[in-house]
Design a protein around this ligand. Structure first.
Ligand SMILES: Nc1ncnc2c1ncn2[C@@H]1O[C@H](COP(=O)(O)OP(=O)(O)OP(=O)(O)O)[C@@H](O)[C@H]1O
Ligand SMILES: [Mg+2]
Length: 244
């Protein structure tokens, strides 16, 4: 259930990030409250992945602040940021192809330690029974949908407070996309997990999200509830027309 008084979990203020001397984020503001699903949508090259990576410290924010529970993490090392309870399923999944499913999940648990490993593994296998069936198969030989499940499962093994997903639906068949989105919804509803969802699939993302942001060219141009954004003509024209 959503808390009556939202508690700020992550806030991004005026963040600028560069690749060399090319500016990719031009002063981004965004907040995520505990227990929310927040979607970030935008066209190719808008800077969505860059924002997620910048929250993780690579590339660094050159200006602005990134606060996780009031603490400025903008200058922290990526593994220290992860230790605070942020986890991501990165764009393109980036599972370890030569390692088995089980070993990939072990890697995800490196941060939370061994104490809860068995319970956390069982939880991931309950969420994604397919991963249990495939636990000794090498990651690189999994289907795209299975790799996505593994990337999310690996992130969950660290017991995150904030789960960040970069384009989990990319390249997957509609049925698998639905499964993945149903899992995200269930984790949020049943466990109160906070989710930051980067998606090009604007329809699914905004339908699922409590709130959404639209990024254009390194800047947030629109924000609102998922429902509001879905109804806006400029969103429909730019991101939803021609079917979802
Ligand atoms: N490692 C990099 N080096 C140089 N430029 C980069 C790098 N990564 C991204 N960029 C540039 O930064 C801009 C934002 O890219 P980013 O990957 O964040 O966009 P995106 O919104 O995630 O796009 P997509 O929907 O295609 O994944 C683009 O112009 C891209 O070319
Ligand atoms: Mg991207």
């Amino acid at each position: 259930m959503k808390a009556a008084l939202p508690k700020l979990l992550l806030s991004v203020h005026g963040v600028k990030a560069f690749y060399g001397n090319i500016i990719a984020l031009k002063g981004v503001d965004l907040t995520i409250n505990e227990g929310e699903i927040v979607a970030l949508i935008g066209a190719n090259g808008a800077g969505k992945t860059t924002l997620m990576m910048t929250i993780f410290g690579n590339p660094r924010a050159q200006e602005g602040a990134i606060l996780f529970e009031q603490r400025d993490i903008a200058a922290m090392k990526t593994h220290d940021i992860a230790r605070l309870g942020l986890a991501q399923s990165p764009e393109g999944r980036r599972i370890f192809p030569r390692m088995t499913v089980y070993e990939n999940l072990q890697m995800g648990a490196a941060i939370s330690g061994q104490a809860h490993f068995a319970a956390d593994l069982e939880r991931v296998f309950t969420i994604f029974p397919r991963l249990k069936e495939r636990s000794s198969q090498r990651g690189g030989t999994l289907s795209g949908g299975e790799q996505q499940m593994l990337a999310i499962g690996r992130a969950l093994m660290s017991r995150p407070r904030l789960l960040m997903l970069d384009e989990p639906s990319l390249g997957l068949a509609p049925l698998i996309v639905k499964q993945i989105f149903d899992v995200i919804a269930a984790l949020n509803k049943e466990e109160g997990l906070t989710v930051f969802l980067v998606e090009q699939n604007a329809y699914h993302a905004l339908k699922l999200a409590d709130r959404g942001y639209v990024m254009v060219n390194g800047l947030i141009t629109l924000s609102g509830s998922g429902r509001e954004l879905l109804a806006r003509p400029e969103i429909r024209a730019a991101y939803l027309e021609g079917g979802h």
